[in-house]
Design a protein around this ligand. Structure first.
Ligand SMILES: [Zn+2]
Length: 216
């Protein structure tokens, strides 16, 4: 059976293979309560995924301390803060994926132009205000934009997606990037029609108990 470090490595590799992350951009984390560790694992700082192995993953505590001899992703603060404040979330993925980042540079919330936006847990994907990468301000802005949501954009930066496990977080990442691409494409040729509150309520109703996208 794979341990959490191996599963996190596989997700980091999938983010490169799917083109969602390129080079050393992006990072991921997973809550970890294995072998007496009550904290989380995060991908290392500034390391290309092809150079990572399971032992590269950095064990962190919720007080911000981490294992000696390793350096966690510079974005460990929002990973820590999200995991600490969201009991429903066990895995986090951060990307600079093309379409999410393009729209994040416009400081644009994504409206309910397509029913699948419901997979992020609400009828919008919010864009968190700009703050310096790695800063506590960025983490605070992200946490607010993620309230009742499983994804948000980060202005002039990228996106964050959350899941109950790593596979769920990857599925949300892929769908959020898809939605951003569709919204961007629709805007090239017109003004997308936006679903009404009543129409979105029906979507949430329909999603209840509907396989992997089931909303509670
Ligand atoms: Zn980033």
């Amino acid at each position: 059976m794979q341990n959490q470090c191996e599963r996190l490595l596989i997700i980091a590799q999938k983010l490169i293979a799917t083109g969602l992350n390129k080079g050393t951009a992006g990072n991921a984390s997973v809550r970890c309560q294995e072998n007496g560790h009550d904290g989380f694992l995060v991908t290392p700082s500034g390391m290309a995924v092809e150079d990572m192995n399971a032992a590269s993953m950095v064990k962190m505590q919720f007080d911000g301390s981490y294992e000696a001899g390793k350096i966690p992703s510079s974005e460990w603060r929002f990973h820590r803060d999200i995991l600490a404040s969201r009991a429903d979330i066990n895995a986090i993925i951060h990307t600079h994926s093309m379409f999410a980042t393009t729209l994040a540079c416009l400081h644009k919330d994504i409206p309910p132009f397509h029913y699948m936006i419901a997979v992020v847990g609400g009828d919008t994907i919010r864009c968190a205000p700009y703050a310096l990468f790695g800063s506590q301000a960025l983490s605070d802005n992200a946490l607010a934009a993620l309230s009742d949501r499983k994804a948000c954009l980060l202005a002039n930066h990228g996106m964050i997606a959350l899941g109950r496990d790593l596979d769920d977080a990857l599925a949300v990442t892929i769908e959020a990037e898809n939605l951003c691409e569709q919204y961007w494409r629709a805007m090239q040729i017109g003004e997308p029609n936006i679903l009404s509150e009543a129409e979105m309520r029906e979507v949430f109703q329909q999603f209840k108990g509907y396989g992997k996208w089931a909303v509670s």
